[in-house]
Each structure stands twice: as C-alpha cells, then as structure tokens.
Design a protein around this ligand. Structure first.
Ligand code: NI
Length: 166
C-alpha cells in the first residue's frame, strides 16, 4: 500500500490547472493505486491527483461502502449534464468543513483508463456529485468556491433541510 500525503487548503498545488496525462505506464498505475489506497484510508469517496501533489489530470472515485465501485479516470471530461441536485459536500483537502453545493443530477463523463483506452460512463446522484467535485480539482477549483453556503459545526453533525432532497 502506498499512502500519500493529502495536501490541504492553503497549498498552491490545489489551485493549479493540471496537465494532461500523456503516458500510460507503470508510474501511472502506481499513482492510481496509491490514490485509491489514500482515499480509502482517509474514508473519502474521491481523490484528485493535485490533492497528493501531482499536477496531472487523474482522479479516482468510489462511493460504495465496501470499496467495490472504484472508477479510475484519466483525462476526464464531462460531456453531458442533466438536472440539478443540492446537498452537502466535503473534501479531504478541507478537513472539518462541509458546505451545501448544487451539482448536476446526472452526468456523462468521458475519460481514459490506466491503459489509455477511452471510455464513457453515465452516472447520477451521489456518484455524479463526486465526479463533478473531483474534476473541478483538476482545474484548481474547489467546492468552497461554488458552494451555496457553508455548514456550521452543529449542522455538520446534524440534519439539514437539504438532506431531504437526496
Ligand atoms: Ni475534494
């Protein structure tokens, strides 16, 4: 297992636009494995390469509780968006905070796998939210830039009206 250090807000790395991943080699495979390990250890549902200090267009998402839903995305882009959803969101690079963010309900995302094959995935609900959140990281954007409002400490622990909409 390769657990990498997650950079947190205030670090310039999180604000850079990442470069395209050009090589589909062992180094990329190791990065993807380490990113998944790091995400699972931190109990997150997604992680983008700049969060571990790598300015490349690479991200992982897994919204399942038993870690069976890993999606590895290289050079991803959203090609279709549909509807909206409003709900709570957090980020491993913004520890201890949460906000309410409006995202598309459904997205179609095009990306390359670790071997360079192009794929398309359609997803909705919480996974679509996670995909949008991670792709934003690749352009130096974070949820705190686009949130409707920030939650208070009490709201983070408790129920908020937006939870009912999920
Ligand atoms: Ni994040």
């Amino acid at each position: 297992m390769g657990i990498r250090k997650i950079v947190t807000i205030g670090d310039d790395t999180l604000r850079k636009v990442c470069r395209k991943q050009e090589k589909f080699d062992l180094r990329l495979a190791v990065l993807l494995r380490d990113m998944a390990d790091t995400m699972y250890k931190a109990e997150g549902v997604g992680l983008a390469a700049p969060q571990v200090g790598i300015l490349r267009r690479v991200a992982v998402v897994d919204v399942t509780e038993d870690h069976t839903g890993l999606v590895e995305m290289v050079n991803p882009e959203i090609v279709e968006r549909e509807g909206t959803q409003t709900g709570r969101e957090g980020c491993l690079s913004v520890p201890g905070r949460q906000g309410v963010v409006t995202r598309p309900m459904k997205v179609r995302v095009r990306f390359q796998d670790r071997k360079g094959n192009w794929m398309e995935m359609e997803t909705e609900g919480f996974e679509a939210r996670a995909v949008c959140h991670e792709l934003d990281h690749l352009d130096g954007r974070m949820y705190i830039d686009v949130m409707d409002r920030e939650l208070t400490k009490e709201e983070i622990e408790g129920h908020i009206p937006e939870d009912d909409a999920q």
